[in-house]
Design a binder for this molecule. Structure first.
Ligand SMILES: [Zn+2]
Length: 232
């Protein structure tokens, strides 16, 4: 069942190690199959060195585990909530890491400003940081509430296509894309941008965001209705 998606999600999880986005058992990737309405996600606490396709757990969007003895990632309710809101826009992969530079911004409680065209090529505007969760939101259904605050943040200022990442306040990034591999690519780009933005702010704390006309140009030539970047 869902063997192809399970294989894709396994490869995407292993790719987090290759791309230096995780250490230890941190991080998780999921993939969503719109036809069955089922999601595949990494099992909880499995080391990357011994991970196999059997560690890719199938769950439905109510959180029920299908046909596995393994417990899915503790972040499963966050992933489910993101698919519930973003799948209709074509989102098929979600990644959570504690990649170092992106997490540094999350710990500051700050979004990552768009300071150059590298950022503008992938993310439209500042990559936002969510608000702080309340004590009640943390003590009850913490992972679900993390998903809720991400959706609230994205829908409040952009959409999940133009902005495919958010930083959970004092926690770390959640990133999505049109496949598990696409979400991993966005996570890698996010980490690269987070490091550059930090370097820029260290040298010039007063640096201003990229001017709108050039930000629009770079985003739209790649992803706009009249995109002309790459091969058709
Ligand atoms: Zn985390």
């Amino acid at each position: 069942m869902l063997e192809k998606l399970r294989q894709e999600v396994l490869e995407a999880n292993l790719d987090l190690v290759t791309k230096n986005l995780v250490i230890s058992t941190w991080g998780n990737v999921s993939g969503f199959d719109p036809e069955s309405g089922l999601m595949v996600i990494k099992a909880s606490g499995v080391p990357y060195s011994s991970m196999t396709v059997d560690d890719m757990v199938i769950v439905d969007l109510d959180g029920n585990v299908i046909d596995s003895e393994k417990r899915p990632s503790t972040d499963t309710p966050t992933h489910i909530h993101l698919y519930r809101h973003f799948a209709e826009k074509g989102i098929r992969g979600v990644v959570h890491t504690h990649s170092q530079y992106a997490t540094a911004w999350a710990q500051l409680g700050r979004g990552i400003p768009c300071l150059g065209t590298t950022h503008g090529d992938y993310f439209y505007g500042e990559i936002p940081c969510t608000r702080k969760l309340s004590a009640d939101e943390i003590s009850e259904a913490y992972e679900l509430n993390t998903g809720k605050v991400i959706v609230e943040t994205i829908n409040g200022r952009s959409d999940c296509i133009r902005m495919s990442a958010a930083l959970a306040y004092r926690h770390a990034p959640f990133v999505w894309g049109k496949s598990p591999a696409d979400a991993v690519l966005h996570s890698q780009v996010l980490e690269y941008l987070a490091k550059m933005a930090l370097l820029d702010e260290l040298v010039d704390p007063g640096i201003k965001p990229l001017e709108k006309e050039i930000a629009d140009k770079h985003y739209n030539r790649k992803f706009g209705p009249d995109a002309y970047y790459g091969q058709s």
